[in-house]
Design a binder for this molecule. Structure first.
Ligand code: FAD
Ligand code: SF4
Ligand code: SF4
Length: 481
């Protein structure tokens, strides 16, 4: 019976949920795709060929039981599909929305290789858990038997929240500290609503708070108000999950001019407006693209989010400058296609040289590039194309060249915290503990700028390692008593 329902990839064409028309979706910050109708999700899930060795799962950082929940979906057993999908992930509906599936599960689906188009795994995953929320199947977080131990988590992004959820379920007292006024990390203030609507994030956070996780917002660890040392004294174990926030700089004349802004400042302002907050820098026009000629510099996810935000704010024109070609962007090709549909113009193989300004920026002087021989990393290095100078009028320039870690040993006043030469926090591969006893680290601050799904995986792994540490500590305490 199960097999009869499945393997429909030949007769059933691949179909993602319909995207709203580009013109319509560029008017608002709602997600661009609708949800599947139940019959469509069943039909798409039934395309799976139930591989003995499912490469989709192998390439999912969470090792999700994909073929199993696809089969349950195809059979209309959605609640069981949800329970299985939830068993390995703290945020399946978020991953279903924003994982770059083309590089992970779907990009490794055998049906994709056979030319039939991958099973639409991410869209089905989103459908399953959204349905679970609608039907009240998402269980509250139930804390385990109290252990009498407490954990401090620095950073309320996906890594910190995931670890907090598992540690709370194990019975620990869990405190999550974040410098922002709302938890969620980049899920809340980085990623725009057209990729991830904010109520989807907030309902997860409300569930964690209802389960007894104590959130300390507006709390910058390492500041005078809360020194790192004090936090260590408060808790039995600490998790550093602070992400990476130091924007990479552009070294070019005029880069300090008014109107040349950092990507995250721009995105945070836009997301805050979406929450209905007062945002003076948006209202003054400093971080608002409305009516402006916008140039975004970069080719990653952040750059794509900036160009598409500018379109929605009513920019007069939006151009994206990237020094390599389309095939070599670090971001998702799917996002480039979405941006193009929405009217963004990409200037591939173009690098900024200077920013012209009178009292604020008026243009970007750029250089056409070509790809030369491969560099040490094996990628073909861009080099200037002779005679390829150009000037692009601009009244808002957004720098989106990626992020590096902040200097945590200095920020935390703890020189013994071991970091790599890139500034990422070093951990023991086995224990996930840093160079400081009882201090663990996870997510982007360990990996460098990465993905939400990897942050969740790290959060899951580190919770398990912290548990081991806490159990050993409790046993030691009993012995000493
Ligand atoms: P974060 O989400 O960065 O959370 C860290 C938290 O720590 C923040 O809330 C911060 O305020 C807090 N913090 C930092 N320092 C302190 C301190 N000293 N005291 C208190 N709190 C502190 N990934 C995808 O998979 N798909 C996408 O589509 C995608 N789009 C992205 C778009 C943008 C614009 C950006 C910037 C990133 C995007 N990413 C995407 C990457 C993804 O968001 C990150 O990999 C992920 O959020 C990392 O999780 P994290 O928990 O390690 O850190
Ligand atoms: Fe695919 Fe991401 Fe879901 Fe894994 S978590 S199945 S990679 S969408
Ligand atoms: Fe199904 Fe594709 Fe995964 Fe195979 S690789 S189990 S066909 S989703």
């Amino acid at each position: 019976m199960a097999q009869e329902r499945m393997l429909k990839f030949v007769e059933q064409r691949q179909a993602y949920p319909a995207k709203r028309a580009a013109k319509v979706r560029a008017e608002d910050f709602r997600e661009i795709a609708d949800r599947y109708a139940p019959t469509d999700s069943e039909a798409q899930a039934a395309r799976c060929s139930q591989c003995g060795v499912p490469y989709c799962s192998v390439h999912c950082p969470l090792g999700n039981h994909i073929p199993d929940w696809l089969r349950l979906t195809a059979e209309g057993r959605l609640r069981e599909a949800y329970e299985l999908s939830n068993a390995t992930s703290t945020m399946p509906e978020i991953c279903g929305r924003i994982c770059p599936q083309d590089r992970l599960c779907e990009g490794n689906c055998v049906i994709e290789f056979s030319g039939h188009g991958a099973v639409t795994i991410g869209s089905v995953e989103k459908f399953i858990t959204d349905t679970a929320w609608d039907n009240g199947w998402v269980e509250p977080l139930v804390p385990g038997r109290p252990t009498g131990q407490s954990v401090g988590v620095i950073g309320a992004g996906p890594a910190g929240l995931t670890a907090a959820e598992y540690l709370r379920a194990a019975g620990h007292e869990v405190h999550v500290y974040d410098r922002h006024d709302r938890p969620g990390g980049l899920l809340t203030y980085g990623i725009p609503g057209f990729k991830l609507e904010k109520p989807v994030v907030m309902r997860r956070i409300e569930r964690l708070a209802a389960g007894g996780i104590q959130f300390h917002n507006d709390t910058d660890v390492g500041s005078d108000a809360l020194p790192f040392e004090e936090l260590r004294a408060r808790h039995d174990a600490i998790l550093i999950a602070t992400g990476v926030y130091k924007a990479r700089a552009i070294k070019a004349p005029g880069v300090g001019s008014d109107g040349v802004v950092a990507a995250l400042d721009y995105l945070i302002a836009s997301n805050r407006k979406g929450f209905g907050d007062a945002v003076p820098d948006f209202d003054s026009g400093a971080l608002n693209a409305e009516g402006k000629h916008v140039v975004v510099i970069g080719g990653g996810d952040t750059a794509m989010d900036c160009v598409r935000t500018a379109v929605r704010q009513g920019a007069a024109s939006v151009k994206c400058l990237y020094r390599r070609d389309r095939a070599n962007i670090p971001g998702s090709q799917r996002e480039v296609a979405n941006a193009e549909e929405e009217g963004v113009e990409f200037l591939w193989l173009s690098a900024p040289q200077a920013f012209e300004a009178s009292n604020r920026v008026t243009a970007v002087r750029a250089q056409r590039m070509r790809l030369g021989p491969p560099d040490a990393s094996g990628r073909r290095a861009p080099e200037p194309e002779p005679g390829g100078e150009m000037t692009i009028p601009a009244d808002l320039v957004i720098k989106a060249l990626g992020f590096d870690p902040e200097d945590l040993p200095r920020l935390f006043g703890e020189p013994a915290l071991g970091v790599s030469r890139w500034g990422t926090v070093m951990i023991n591969a086995e224990t996930m503990m840093t160079s400081l006893d009882g201090v663990f680290a996870a997510g982007d601050i360990v990996r460098g700028a990465s993905l939400v799904v990897w942050a969740i995986r790290d959060g899951r792994d580190v919770a398990e390692r912290m548990q081991r540490y806490l159990r050993a500590k409790a046993a030691e305490g009993r012995k000493a008593a």
